[in-house]
Write a protein that binds this ligand. Sequence first.
Ligand SMILES: [Zn+2]
Length: 351
Amino acid sequence: MPERPKLTRRRVCHSLACLAVALWAILLGPARASLAAERVVCASYPVFLFTRFLNDGRDLFQVELLTNPAAGCPHEFAPTPRDLERLTQTGILVKNGLGLEPYLDRALRVAPPDIEVIDASQGIPPLSIIWGRVDVDGSMAPWPDGRQPAMIPNPHAFLSPKFSLAMVGNIARALTRLDPGGADHYAGRLAEWELMTQGLEELLGRFRETHRGYKLITSHGFMDYLARDLGLAVLADLSPMGTESPPSAQRLSLLGRLVEQEKIAAILLDPEADPAAARTLGREANVPAAIIDSAASGPPDPPLDFFQRVIREDIELLGKLLPANVQPPPPPPRPVPAPSDPRPVEAPALD
Ligand SMILES: [Zn+2]
């Protein structure tokens, strides 16, 4: 097995040795990327999007996704022997954190002992898995390890644009530490993400101004953070708290009562959830049921602004599902234009 490149080899240096390597790389052309790039493996799709965006244009890293891009959140993901083999040859791993990738606890045992693990959600204040709400059946079933659901962080912070910015910032800082010569590049890419986030924040703000207090049922807490950004309230999950199991007939009946009592406006599922139960509940309770993109899956080679497209499409879909219930504020008054050629008042004749 070829020796893994040392981190120091990525640094841009001005020594003669590096110059020689650079000339050799130019002469060899396309072979350079495969020889020089250090593999960065991403443990879930959202951080794959974020890391690709930062790496674009510098390309000192070879950014890969460990999970299946079409499979959604990796709550239940189990790596294959081939995935584990890739981890043994990985120097840098980017994870969402907050427990989104439980498979890493075991999988990282096969990784090199000096692997750099970048936790993208470091410093983000997490919502709990139940976000202060009690499950619809009143149960508080403990986790297999004995913890209560209220103590488990909800890992879907990536779907909130402002938290995506915090995550991109964390990854940018880590890449800068590993590749100091690229500091300006990563800072520029982060500034670009910030600009795009401002655009999304404006959209979210406009939605909040015209859509007040709508209550939702969702699947597995996937949009608790985004719902908070949108000024919406998630009252319950279709599945029992913290799981993705299909709801029982008894649970569906309890949810039906909740829809009536709380005037639930919509049932929203992530693309990987089984829509059958949501359709039944929606039909019986006469509320719309729809799929909202969770940005947890997508094409293997997505456009660089894939995340922003997902959020824009989600806001657009929600705008169609939930009618505006507040008039938008009137536009600010337009300033009265000053006369361009004010004529002096002539003094009256005295005689
Ligand atoms: Zn999830």
